[in-house]
Design a protein. Structure first.
Lengths: 111, 118
């Protein structure tokens, strides 16, 4: 079956530090890949996505590149802010329609 | 657009009671789904639907029922609540289709329903 493995957290960084959250996946076929973010007390919302190999998704300074050869979709940001503190989920979706999520990585950014 | 609306936001049940979590979306999404979120376990798919009249089981369907009589609504029923069903429940919906279609396969989530079973 499909699976998503995320870097374990929690992750604590100082403001303006560089962020990487690792994500690797196992899937049959050619999935679309996503990063969702969950702020405290809210539902998940899309952060960025990539639908085919070598695509780069980007939003709000975050980036991730779909690497088919390493089955990875690592999330990066060059300079984090306190407002980026949240839980980040890597996910995949195949044409069959079901989405598979990683366990989530909690990021705390300190001033 | 209201997006995905879940009710209630909070609910406390006693073991053995039944209840329904409501989910409605106004985006004409074909696909709707229910997840539960537990600490350290990410999101696990309970049931999903690809259109009115069509439902299927996800990863953890036991103890839950769903139906999809309209495109807009996808209620989740707990038949006989158990403490193991204490969780936060999320409803999510999306278009289904071509990868290039704008918004296709991107899930829109509700705000969640926190359920406690005593």
């Amino acid at each position: 079956g499909n699976s998503v493995t995320q870097m374990e957290g929690p992750v604590t960084l100082s403001e303006e530090a560089f962020l990487t959250i690792n994500c690797t996946y196992t899937a049959t076929g050619y999935p679309s890949l996503f990063w969702y973010v969950q702020y405290p007390g809210e539902g998940l919302q899309l952060l960025l996505k990539a639908t085919k190999a070598d695509d780069k998704g980007s939003n709000k300074g975050f980036e991730a590149t779909y690497r088919k050869e390493t089955t990875s979709f690592h999330l990066e940001k060059g300079s984090v802010q306190v407002s980026d503190s949240a839980v980040y989920f890597c996910a995949l979706r195949t044409n069959a329609g079901k989405s598979t999520f990683g366990d989530g990585t909690t990021l705390t950014v300190k001033p | 657009n209201a997006g995905v609306t879940q009710t209630p936001k909070f609910q406390v049940l006693k073991t053995g009671q039944s209840m329904t979590l409501q989910c409605a979306q106004d985006m004409n999404h074909e696909y709707m789904s229910w997840y539960r979120q537990d600490p350290g376990m990410g999101l696990r798919l309970i049931h999903y639907s690809v259109g009115a009249g069509i439902t299927d089981q996800g990863e953890v369907p036991n103890g839950y029922n769903v139906s999809r009589s309209t495109t807009e609504d996808f209620p989740l029923r707990l038949l006989s609540a158990a403490p193991s069903q204490t969780s936060v429940y999320f409803c999510a919906s999306s278009y289904v289709g071509e990868r290039g279609r704008s918004g296709a396969n991107v899930l829109t989530f509700g705000a969640g329903s926190r359920l406690t079973v005593l």
